[in-house]
Write a new protein. Sequence first.
Length: 142
Amino acid sequence: MPTPVSVQIADAVVAELRTGQFTPAFAPVRRLLPVRELAELDELRVTVIPRAMESVPLARTTERRTYTIDIGVQQRVKQDVEHDAALVMGVAEEIAAFLFNRSLSEKKEASYVGHGIDPIYSPEHLEELRVATSVVTVRYTL
């Protein structure tokens, strides 16, 4: 069975992120089940998840598909919640800027459409789990 296109695009996003220079550095991974143990979040984690596909008809027999990919950025905060949460938010902004209008070298036929960061941080994760979480959403068309 062939790999779903959404997974191919998510894998291409992971490959692209691995070429970037981010501060702090991280090792992005693609997961379909983005669940982590709290102990894993002592280090900065970046998880790429295929989220959605939307099809818009262009003519009787053609369509444009838009694939939505989420990139979760997470780390458990220590004593300085403001500093640690801002660090995670900053990495999310770096990722968004890095992917802006960028071609995916491993999926060249995918065209960048846009991105957003929502949530820029999750108050619930901070309060309940002491984990700073930001989610970058990028969209590509085929």
